[in-house]
Design a protein around this ligand. Structure first.
Ligand code: NAD
Length: 314
């Protein structure tokens, strides 16, 4: 496993990391015991960064993760969770200082830990950016000062709001961004904001290298928000790989982890065998010819995304 520094935090994070939304049964029903084993396998193979949220499985992912982490020395992993999002609808967001402060305590209890390495505001494009700057971030700064969390981050789909928010707050207020579905074979738009993040020493976490299932042989779940044309092209790419006896998942993971300016890539799975596969793939060289062919298939939908959150944040 290779490791890279996460912005100014000093944390040395594995290039492949564990996305625990899978433990909440976000993609399909899971066997809890298998999910626990997946976490253990990840740590055993050198994955040292785990990301979760109270939203995933409506607290189930944090609860299952807490069970998995019980008994594992706290210095063997970095733990990130989130606050502010508690369900799928607009009414399920609450970025108020009171709610996010209570949320951190609830997460600590479910996860069974004394502190978080990273507390992130979940999906900021659903919020009022002024409120996040003036109320949510100061509340999280107080949490950081109290020792309940070491660093503060923001997450979301819309890249523009990351830079907009960071420009409006003092340097050092935000330590990391977590972007998803924007550094994968079909969409590499995250690179457009990476130079600014480097200038500001903000760590960059990439999530969903399989595009939340788009870039998989199984295909995306029914709730996937991507336009149909994106889904169609990704399935053509999957079929192309299948005919060549190759794996689109393997290519997608290798592509995501090779950009040195992106510290880590979170992959979600509750299956220990997938963890073994993903780690093995991360140590193998990428097939450049297959990569060129797949990029060519995906070219018509390159960087095509979808609208999410408040209209003014898109
Ligand atoms: P992903 O792109 O990692 O895809 C997950 C899907 O890929 C699952 O169905 C899983 O079973 C499958 N998969 C994983 N390894 C596989 C393999 N070797 N072979 C076949 N299938 C495989 O998407 P994700 O889970 O959404 O993203 C990863 C993590 O990133 C999440 O768990 C979460 O922690 C984080 N994330 C955060 C946000 C946010 O903060 N807003 C959004 C998306 C993701």
């Amino acid at each position: 496993m290779r490791y890279r520094l996460l912005g100014r935090t000093g944390l040395s994070v594995s290039v492949l990391s564990f996305g625990a939304s899978s433990l909440g049964g976000v993609f399909h029903d899971i066997d809890e015991q298998q999910g626990v084993q997946a976490v253990h396998k990840a740590i055993e193979l050198g994955i040292n960064f785990i990301d979760v949220s109270p939203y995933y499985g409506l607290t189930k992912a944090e609860t299952v993760l807490g069970r998995a982490l019980a008994g594992i020395p706290r210095n063997q992993y970095f733990l990130a969770t989130k606050c502010g999002r508690y369900g799928p609808n607009m009414r399920d967001f609450d970025f108020s200082a009171t709610r996010v402060s209570r949320s951190v305590d609830e997460s600590l209890a479910r996860l069974g830990v004394e502190y978080l390495d990273l507390i992130q505001i979940h999906d900021i494009e659903f919020g009022n950016i002024k409120q996040i700057a003036e109320e949510t971030l100061p509340a999280l700064a107080a949490i950081r000062d109290s020792g309940k969390a070491r660093f503060v981050g923001i997450t979301g789909l819309t890249l523009r709001v990351f830079t907009e928010l960071l420009q409006s707050v003092a340097p050092g207020t935000v330590d990391t961004i977590l972007s998803y579905c924007h550094f994968a074979l079909n969409d590499a738009s995250l690179l457009s904001i990476v130079p600014k993040m480097q200038e500001w020493e903000v760590g960059v976490i990439n999530a969903s290298p399989l595009g939340m299932g788009l870039l998989s042989m199984r295909g995306p779940p029914a709730w996937h928000p991507a336009p149909d044309e994106v889904k169609r092209c990704c399935q053509i790419a999957a079929e192309h790989c299948r005919l060549k006896g190759a794996s689109l998942e393997k290519l997608a993971i290798q592509f995501a982890i090779r950009e040195p300016r992106i510290t880590t890539t979170l992959v979600g799975t509750a299956d220990p065998k997938n963890i073994e596969r993903n780690v093995a793939w991360s140590n193998e060289p990428i097939d450049d010819l297959l990569l060129a062919e797949v990029m060519n298939i995906l070219e018509p939908v390159h960087n095509t995304t979808w609208v999410q959150g408040r209209i003014e944040n898109n």
